[in-house]
Design a protein around this ligand. Structure first.
Ligand SMILES: [Fe+2]
Ligand SMILES: [Fe+2]
Length: 427
C-alpha cells in the first residue's frame, strides 16, 4: 500500500501474541515516518516500564510486542506518538485454566462503503461489556489495496481497538491477491505459523483452542487450506482433540450456508470429516453476510459440530451489500423473509446461487436436517465459555437477541445437551 499524503494515524490497536496470558502486541501508525517509538506500560501507573521498538528506519508502521506479562491482569499503557494519553489492556487466561471467559465474533465489516462502524464497536462494547477479545472473520475492509478503506476502519475503530485485542482471520476482500496480502501482514501482527504459506495461527486460551485459518492461502485466493496449512491443521487438531478442550475454528469462507455463496461441496467434503474425526465443537465463518446456525452430526455419540455464519458485521446500512441481493440478476435470494427457521418455514424452493448451482448446494436435505436458525439483519455473536458450558447469543442493532444457545459438553468423547437451544425467537 502506498504510504501517501492520504495516510492518517491508526491505533493504537491490540492483539495477543503467541501466549495470550503473557503477551500483547501493540501497533500504531504515525502521520509522519518516525523511528525510536516506544511503549510505556505497567500495572501501577507510578511504576511504568518502557519498551522500545526494534531499531530501524523511520516508518509509519509501529509494532511493539510485550512479553512476560502477568495472566488475566489489567495494564495501563502509553505510546510514544500520544504521550499524554493512557489506555488499558487486559491479558488473557493461561492455557488449561478453567476460569470463564467471553469473546465476540463477526466478519465482513467492509469498511469504507460501510461507515460509522464506531456505532457497531460501541454496540459490541455495551452489549457484551465483559468480553475479553474480539474475533474477526475477515473482509474488515472492502478493498485491501485502498488506503481509504483501511483508514476508515481504524478511524471508526480507534476507541474500541485500543483496549481489546482483535484476533483476525483473512477475508477475500482483505487478501485474495498477493498485494492485498502484503498490506494485511503490515496491518495485523498475529502469531502466524508461516506467513509465507498463509496467515494462520492458533491460540491456547483457558480450556479452549482457537484456530484461525487463512482461507485465502497467502493471497492465492483458494478457500481450501493448501498443503502446508492443512498439515498444520490436521496435526494440531489431532493434538488438541485428546486434551479435553473446546475446539473452535475461525475462517472467512463458508462451509454450510443458505446465503448466496451456499454450501460448497468441496468445503463440506474436506471440513466435515475433520470435524468428525477430531470432534471440533464449533466452526465460525463469514463471507455470506448474515447469521445462520447449523448443528451437524448432532445425533453422533460425540455430539456433533455447530457451524455458524457470522458475517453480518456490515454496519447498520449494509446488510444487503452484494451478497444478499439480486447480484445483477445472477441470483435471487430465496428466504421467505428476514428470518429462516426451516423447521418452521420449511425449506425454501431451489434457486440458482451465484455459482449457478455448479459448485454448491443450498436447500437440500442436509440443510433441512441441520439448520437451526438464520437472520438477515446486522448482528454480532457473543460467546461465553464457563467450564463445559458455552452460551452463545446473536445480538442485533436494537440489542435484540435473535438466537440464544447453551451447549453442554462433557469432555473428550463429549456429548452435547440435546435441549441446548434456550430460546429461538418466534420468527
Ligand atoms: Fe464480505
Ligand atoms: Fe468475503
Amino acid at each position: 500500500m502506498e504510504e501517501s499524503a492520504a495516510f492518517v494515524e491508526w491505533g493504537p490497536y491490540l492483539s495477543y501474541g503467541k501466549d495470550p496470558a503473557m503477551s500483547m502486541t501493540i501497533c500504531w501508525r504515525s502521520q509522519q515516518p518516525t523511528a525510536g517509538g516506544w511503549i510505556k506500560y505497567g500495572i501501577d501507573p507510578d511504576s511504568m516500564q518502557v519498551v522500545k521498538e526494534t531499531p530501524g528506519t523511520a516508518t509509519h508502521i509501529h509494532v511493539v510486542r510485550l512479553t512476560g506479562l502477568e495472566p488475566a491482569t489489567i495494564y495501563q499503557y502509553q505510546i510514544s506518538r500520544d504521550k499524554d494519553k493512557t489506555w488499558t489492556f487486559e491479558t488473557g487466561l493461561p492455557a488449561g485454566s478453567t476460569k470463564p471467559f467471553e469473546f465476540i465474533i463477526n466478519g465482513d465489516m467492509h469498511a469504507y462503503p460501510c461507515n460509522r462502524l464506531d456505532r457497531y464497536f460501541q454496540l459490541m462494547a455495551s452489549e457484551a461489556p465483559k468480553h475479553d477479545f474480539y474475533v474477526g472473520l475477515g473482509d474488515f475492509v472492502n478493498d485491501g489495496l485502498n488506503i481509504k478503506h483501511w483508514n476508515s476502519l481504524f478511524y471508526d475503530g480507534k476507541d474500541y481497538l485500543a483496549t481489546r485485542p482483535l484476533m483476525n482471520a483473512t477475508g477475500n476482500h482483505d487478501t485474495d491477491k498477493k498485494e492485498k496480502y502484503k498490506n494485511y501482514l503490515d496491518a495485523w501482527f498475529h502469531p502466524y505459523v508461516n506467513p509465507v504459506e498463509g496467515a494462520y495461527y492458533l491460540l491456547e486460551y483457558g480450556n479452549a483452542v482457537l484456530f484461525f485459518l487463512d482461507s485465502c492461502n497467502a493471497g492465492r485466493g483458494e478457500p481450501l487450506p493448501a498443503d502446508e496449512q492443512y498439515a498444520w491443521l490436521d496435526e494440531n487438531l489431532a493434538k488438541y482433540a485428546k486434551q479435553d478442550r473446546w475446539i473452535f475454528l475461525f475462517m472467512h469462507h463458508q462451509i454450510y450456508s443458505t446465503g448466496d455463496f451456499s454450501c460448497p461441496y468441496i468445503m463440506h467434503d474436506v471440513f466435515r470429516p475433520l470435524c468428525q474425526q477430531y470432534h471440533v465443537d464449533a466452526v465460525f465463518y463469514g463471507h455470506d453476510h448474515h447469521y445462520e446456525c447449523f448443528w451437524v452430526d448432532r445425533d453422533a455419540d460425540w455430539g456433533g459440530t455447530l457451524f455458524f455464519v457470522a458475517g453480518a458485521g456490515c454496519g447498520q446500512h449494509h446488510i444487503d451489500h452484494g451478497i444478499m441481493g439480486d447480484r445483477d440478476g445472477m441470483t435471487k435470494y430465496v428466504w421467505p423473509g428476514r428470518f429462516l427457521n426451516v423447521r418452521k418455514h420449511g425449506v425454501p424452493p431451489p434457486s440458482k446461487n451465484i455459482n449457478g448451482l455448479v459448485k454448491g448446494f443450498r436447500n437440500d436435505d442436509l440443510v433441512k436436517e441441520c439448520q437451526l436458525f438464520g437472520v438477515l439483519e446486522p448482528n454480532f455473536v457473543h460467546v461465553k465459555i464457563d467450564g463445559d458450558v458455552m452460551e452463545l447469543k446473536s445480538i442485533g442493532w436494537q440489542k435484540q437477541v435473535y438466537h440464544h444457545l447453551r451447549v453442554n459438553r462433557t469432555g473428550a468423547g463429549r456429548k452435547w445437551d440435546p435441549g441446548c437451544e434456550l430460546a429461538i425467537m418466534d420468527y
